[in-house]
Design a protein around this ligand. Sequence first.
Ligand code: NAP
Length: 279
Amino acid sequence: MTGPHAVTGATRVAGVIGDPVAHSSSPALHNAGYRALGLDYVYVAFPVPAGRGGDAVRAVPALGLAGLNVTMPHKADAARACDDLSDDAGTLGVANTVVPRDGGRVYGDSTDGPGFVAALRDDGVDPCGRGVVVIGAGGAARAIVLALGRAGARVTVAARRRDACEAAAALAPGARAIGLDDLGAAVRAVDVVVNATPIGMRGEPPPFDPACLRPEHVVLDTVYHPAETPLLAAARSAGVAVAANGLGMLVHQAALAFRLMTGVDAPLDAMRAAVTDGG
Ligand code: NAP
């Protein structure tokens, strides 16, 4: 199916809730996936104000929705509104994907961490046994730390707030929590550097001396706007083995949500094309 999708009474509806939500890439990703597979689904953005995320999640079975993705500021409210949670969503206390289950129940999952690790593997990097520094201790960092710990990585979390940093490090076995002052030394000691802060979205430099980077490093930025952050530019200048932005994580977390909502494997190439070259 290549032309516009005719929405009929039989079309299944999925969507994303957020505030704001108009900028979300999720409609482009999921609708590209439906088109590629000829699925009679449509995916829309629902602007849901802060405080109403739980109501939206509870409405999923009543409206017969195929599922919802959940973005700021509703991820914690969504998890609380679910009847059942995946281990990841339960551990993190957030859900980015909710789907209906039998008996009017709602199941919540968090696909960001597994999406990150899948993107890492796409780049040819197996995190098992690798030393990884994760910069940041917010929602994205916590999901990534949990997934990296499960994948067998040796994780160090670097963040400016000590309590948040320690809480994030507690998500991976044996993980260390350090302050940003110690980040340069930590970068020198590991194989993989992950930025999970918004640093770089407005051109800010990384919070460590880029001279710490060497060609063996793998550098991942969760930011994908701009496509090349100052961290990634510095990594390329250092000739690192892999320097990748957050588009891979974005596509893979969406692909995992797509599978939960439709029951079929996501067409990764079509979804990737939708956010890299306009689809
Ligand atoms: P969040 O929950 O607000 O956490 C942001 C983290 O970054 C916090 O630890 C925060 O520290 C830290 N931080 C912010 N500005 C900083 C600075 N100038 N210096 C040092 N630390 C700073 O946000 P999030 O949901 O984790 O998202 C973080 C980034 O990940 C976003 O910008 C987004 O681009 C990216 N992301 C990408 C994907 C993807 O699919 N590619 C998915 C989710 C998120 P404080 O607590 O001290 O403020």
